[in-house]
Each structure stands twice: as C-alpha cells, then as structure tokens.
Design a protein around this ligand. Structure first.
Ligand code: ASN
Length: 322
C-alpha cells in the first residue's frame, strides 16, 4: 500500500524549547526510521514535513486549504493519506477535509498525540499505528483517529485536555474502535463518487457568537461586523438564548436580513438543538437563525466557511443545515 503521511505540526512531533514545546523539522525523519524499521509494515511510506510547521492553535482556513491541495495533488499516486496534526484544532481540520473530499473512496485519516513522540510515555506511535491499521482495513472517507477511536471527520469534538482519549464523537457512533482487534460500527453512507472541492475560504467570514448570562448587544456587535457572512450561535441547552432583550434579537434579525447565515448549535457539547421547543428558542427562529441540529460547533464553523467559500447563496446554505 502506498501511504502518504503529512506532518503539519502539533505535539506529536514537538521538542522542548525555551518557550515550551515547538514542532521539530526533523520529526519526519524520526518517524520514517520507526516505520521503516519494522518488517511487519510492508508499505511504501512517503513522509513529508510542511515547510512551516505550526502549533494547530495557529491554524486558519488557509491551512485546511493547504492540506487539501497537498492531498489532491497526490490523489492518484497514493492509496491512503494520513495527516499528522495538533489536537487543538484537529476536529476543525478533519471536518474541513470531510467537506472538501466528500464521499472519499480512499482513507484520509487525521491524527496526532497528546504527548510528543520523543517522550518514552507517548501516545504518538499508538495513534500513528492505529491510523495505518485503519488504512490497511480499507476504510473509505475522512476520519479522525485517536486513542483507538475512528471518528467520522465531521463528527469529532476535542473533549479533554489531558486524557489519552482527547476526542469524543458526541452525536454519532464511531466507525470503528481499535483494541487488540477492530470492532466495526455500521457504515450507512451510500457509496457515491468522490467530490473534491477546495474553495478559497476567507478568514474572518465566519464567527462564533457565545451566549452567556448577561450577554449584551455590545458583546456581539463587533463579532457581527460587515465582513461576516456566517455565524455559529453557541446557545444554551436545546437551542435557547435570552429572549427578553429586544436589541439583542434585533441585532440577529438585522444580520440575517442582510444575508448572514446564523446557525444555532448547543454549547452542551452533545445532543441536538430543538428549535422552538421553548419560547426562548422560538425568538431565535423568528430572528432568522437556523437550527444546526446535532452538529458540533467545529463542524458548523467549517461547513459555513466551506459553503460560503463555494459561493452558495444564504438560502442554499441555510437549506444545507436542515
Ligand atoms: N497545542 C498542540 C497543537 O494543537 C496540542 C497537541 O497537538 N496535543 O498543536
């Protein structure tokens, strides 16, 4: 099997510096030595290190495009793709790749680690080996693999800062769980031809509006500036926000009337938005806010960025969330 592994940055390949951990340009070579040392891994690995390695907290939509273009340029030369990435924004990147490589017929697996590979007590190789194993099993699609769990790329959420199990799949069963052997979940996706679309995604086109006790117009005004075309509203519970402040609701209505798509996602982290179950949620519906249902806020943010980048109209984008 020909497997392309891209090191984009992140803890997995970091080493200590005066300022704390930083990505190491020599990591790709160390990993190559590990993988090539084993006779059990009879694959052709090509391991690339990106010219600018980042802590993934610096990632922007441009980085999603860079990774996607890199994979696209090698699409016909490899059977499988593994993206080594920092955990902080890994769920955003895996969601972005899911949208950009819809119905992928090859494995594209994003992984990384909580502890760098240079440490003795590290999860680096167990995650890399799990990702390779998923490729060997011939899974098709974009996934985030971490601590034995193969999560659909657009369903992952970073849920823990320090557990080995850093990611959850709040509203969707994992595709597979790897212990000694794989335990497979169901794969209901009908096989359609792969669609690769890598739009230009403007930075700042999408924002996140937090709901919190005492939130005021002034808090959101700057976030809903003229550059913004989409927003994820992080609501309470089943999709509620204060409905006793007319100015706040007017701000949302004005934005949706000028074409900003505002998607309601619960800050609970799991479960679904039930738009309109409470009066406090109905006010959002009246203001033109659409329900994100059970999408994660990471995937909602990325989906808005992707669809806006493709040039879809507000109505088309709203429709895609239904
Ligand atoms: N700050 C790191 C990153 O996201 C965290 C990690 O990879 N575990 O790049």
């Amino acid at each position: 099997m020909k497997i392309y592994i891209a090191y984009t940055g992140g803890t997995i390949g970091m080493v200590p510096s005066d300022q704390g951990l930083v990505p190491d340009a020599a990591f790709a070579d160390h990993l190559a030595q590990h993988l090539n040392a084993s006779d059990e891994l009879a694959h052709d690995f090509v391991i690339a290190s990106y010219p600018t390695l980042i802590d993934s907290s610096n990632a922007t939509p441009k980085d999603w495009q860079t990774i996607a273009r890199d994979i696209e340029s090698k699409w016909h030369d490899f059977d499988a793709f593994i993206v080594l990435h920092g955990t902080d924004t890994m769920a955003y990147t895996s969601a972005a790749l899911s949208f950009m490589f819809a119905h992928s017929n090859k494995p594209i697996i994003v992984t990384g680690s909580q502890v760098p590979m240079y440490k003795v007590r590290t999860d680096a190789m167990i995650n890399v080996m799990g990702a390779i194993s998923a490729c060997e099993e011939g899974v098709q699609g974009v996934f985030l693999f971490f601590a034995g769990r193969l999560i659909e790329g657009d369903r992952a959420h970073k849920a823990h800062t320090s557990d080995w199990q850093a990611f959850s799949s709040p509203n969707c069963p994992e595709r597979g769980v790897l212990g000694i052997d794989w335990r497979w979940g169901s794969n209901e996706s009908a096989q359609k031809p792969v669609v690769i679309q890598i739009p230009e995604m403007e930075e700042g086109a999408v924002t996140i509006l937090p709901v919190f006790p005492g939130v005021q117009v002034a808090h959101w005004q700057g976030l809903l500036n003229d550059q913004v075309k989409g927003a994820v509203l992080l609501s309470y519970g089943a999709g509620n926000a204060p409905d006793k402040d007319p100015a706040l609701l007017a701000l949302l209505s004005t934005a949706t009337e000028r074409g900003v798509v505002i998607v309601n996602v619960s800050q609970c982290g799991a479960g679904s938005v039930a738009a309109g179950a409470y009066a406090a949620g109905s006010a959002l519906v009246k203001a033109g806010v659409v329900s994100g249902q059970d999408i994660t806020y990471e995937a909602a943010f990325v989906k808005l960025s992707f669809l806006i980048g493709l040039g879809l109209s507000s109505e088309e984008i709203k429709h895609s969330f239904v």
